[in-house]
Design a protein. Structure first.
Length: 277
């Protein structure tokens, strides 16, 4: 069964690098991306809910090096204290809803899940030293877990994947990316299996058809049926080879060993094959 999510992003003052408001069709949760220098303007936004969690990021073009997670019942105004006391962050991502949609005890548990996640995932530092352990009604636990999953999906779709690692080929796979023709795709290579996983949030160039790879063409058709142009992948997707993954993202016929590069500009071939030479 094909699942499609529709994300709407509003750009304040039509500036893609400034305040962004993201909503997902059928969900009440509001996501706001706030650069540190735009906090005063963000606080003036109308009709923004007050309750939810947020991440403070030390971020450079999607690469996160430090994270802090917290909760708020004051909406955007909560960031005032962090601007005065925490110097490291340059961007905040907030996930806010009305009080009736997130109870206070559910909010406590949601914050604990967020903190635990940033402390145990990714290759970044975290300013959260302790994970809270609040009580949660067992009947609410599943809904809170589902909400946390929706938040992680939005973070990835906005380009801030908190589950990405950046280690060498002897440890966990590093994150590779491709920017060919302006298409931003990201993924991980598994040396043990030879498989390559395209990560959620990656762009897929549907305007360029797949050549000579029926299985990749079929995967595209199943996931993005009826969609044209550039689409975003909503869930991680594994392929048997790096080239199949590159073809899925870019279309045409691709050599994944040279198309996928790391943050230092080295190709997948240079990182993994050169070590055996």
């Amino acid at each position: 069964m094909i699942r499609v999510k529709t994300l709407t992003i509003q750009l304040i003052d039509a500036q893609p690098d400034r305040i962004r408001i993201c909503r997902v069709e059928g969900e009440s949760l509001v996501t706001i991306v706030i650069p540190r220098e735009d906090l005063a303007e963000a606080k003036a936004l109308p009709n923004i809910p007050q309750r939810g969690i947020y991440y403070l990021l030390d971020e450079d073009h999607g690469n996160v090096s430090r994270v802090y997670a917290g909760q708020t019942t004051q909406g955007i105004a909560r960031l005032d204290a962090h601007k005065a006391r925490k110097e490291f962050w340059n961007k905040a991502v907030m996930f806010l809803d009305d009080d009736q949609n997130i109870s206070k005890d559910a909010l406590d548990v949601l914050e604990a899940k967020a903190i635990d996640y940033v402390r145990t995932h990714g290759s970044y530092e975290t300013d959260n030293s302790v994970t809270p352990k609040p009580y949660i009604d067992p009947y609410k636990e599943e809904s809170v877990e589902h909400l946390h999953g929706r938040i992680l999906f939005r973070m990835a779709a906005l380009g801030y994947d908190l589950d990405r690692v950046d280690q060498g080929p002897t440890g966990a796979p590093i994150v590779f990316h491709t920017k060919k023709n302006g298409i931003r795709g990201t993924g991980r290579y598994d040396k043990a299996t030879g498989h390559f996983t395209v990560l959620a949030g990656s762009e897929v160039n549907l305007s360029k058809p797949v050549l000579k790879n029926a299985s990749v063409a079929s995967a595209r058709s199943e996931i993005f049926s009826g969609i044209t142009g550039v689409a975003k992948l909503s869930e991680d997707l594994e392929f048997p080879t790096p080239s199949a993954a590159a073809v899925f993202v870019l279309g045409g016929s691709q050599n994944g060993w040279t198309e996928w590069v790391d943050n230092d500009g080295e190709t997948l071939n240079q990182v993994y094959r050169s070590e055996d030479e």
